[in-house]
Design a protein around this ligand. Structure first.
Ligand code: 8YV
Length: 311
């Protein structure tokens, strides 16, 4: 008998097919499967989910025989790791393989913001070229980059920013070794000393709204904020107000509270570049992530600890 697993969100076709070959797969995102899933709850032994969806405690409680959650991503903010451990559930992530692509997307958002790429695209399509003036951009060269959260992705972003001639400083919750970049004493001190603030801190109860009105004010009217972490680490009321009244200069955002149903005010916020949570979304990286999702599951069902368990 194949082990029964619950697939919370779609996964790329080749991995879906391999899951289908080795497991009895229940697809939570298919409304037609609801009754079948309800009947199968006691049999489900594994869950595959994404970083954005995770798995709520309510769902964990519905699955008495669940022993492994394989996350197709690195964020575990939507999973209560301690609760999962208390129920003897391994939680594994796709550590290491998405670092470069998330950093690349952050750099894309930064350059798009500094050089008005989205605005330029709309300008040309509307036939305004040659009729209306187009605003000058800002060069990254010689500017100060602040990184809020110096993990693997933060480091990769900083290395790329240095290639554009930026100087790097950071704030991290715990001391960081092996870096020559300047550590700032608080998120506020970091924002005060940054032209661009890249937010790439893990979302936890402590980091909720860590970027607030005071920090945005410190970033200043020419400052650009980039968020490639999670929507919840920025106070979106404060961010929308700061964009609309010119407290900050602009934003490049890949993540939002309540995504994909984000606040409509973002659609009209000035100097704002929006992406639909695509940090890790390249073919190469999604292939590497899919392999890890499958090998974590396979290890569990072979009686081993999944290679990239986090709890
Ligand atoms: C994915 C992510 O888009 O790694 C994460 O935590 O948020 C992203 O890589 C997501 O996991 C897919 O649902």
């Amino acid at each position: 008998m194949k082990p029964e697993i619950l697939l919370v969100e779609p996964i790329m076709k080749p991995f879906d097919e391999r899951l289908e070959a080795d497991y009895a797969v229940h697809r939570l995102y298919e409304p037609a499967e609801k009754a079948k899933i309800d009947a199968a709850l006691p049999n489900i032994r594994g869950v595959v989910t994404g970083g954005g969806n995770g798995l709520s405690n309510e769902w964990i409680e519905k699955l008495p025989n669940l022993r492994v959650i394989s996350v197709n991503g690195v964020g575990t903010d939507r999973i209560d790791l301690a609760f999962a451990r208390s129920r003897n559930i391994d939680v594994a992530i796709t550590a290491g393989v998405l670092t470069d692509d998330v950093a690349d997307l952050g750099i894309s958002l930064m350059l798009a913001s500094l050089r008005h790429v989205a605005k330029g695209d709309a300008f040309v399509r509307k036939g305004l070229w040659g009729k209306d003036p187009f605003p000058l951009g800002t060069s990254p060269k010689g500017k100060k980059l602040g990184i809020l959260g110096l993990g693997q992705i933060g480091r990769a972003f900083g290395q790329r920013a240095e290639a554009f001639g930026m100087s790097v400083r950071y704030w991290n919750r715990s001391p960081v070794k092996d870096t020559n970049w300047t550590s700032c004493e608080s998120p506020l001190a970091l924002a005060q000393d940054s032209d661009v603030l890249c937010v790439i801190i893990a979302a936890t109860a402590e980091t909720k709204n860590i970027v607030n009105a005071e920090i945005l004010k410190a970033l200043g009217p020419k400052g650009i904020i980039i968020n490639i972490a999670r929507g919840t680490v920025i106070d979106e009321d404060a961010l929308l107000a700061a964009l609309n009244d010119g407290t900050i200069g602009g934003a490049g955002l890949d993540v939002f509270v309540g995504e994909p149903n984000i606040r409509k005010e973002f659609f009209t916020a000035p100097n704002t570049v929006l992406m639909p949570h695509q940090g890790s979304a390249t073919l190469e990286t999604r292939m590497a992530m899919g392999e890890l999702v499958l090998s974590n599951l396979a290890a569990h069902f072979a009686g081993r600890t999944p290679p990239t368990t986090v709890n």
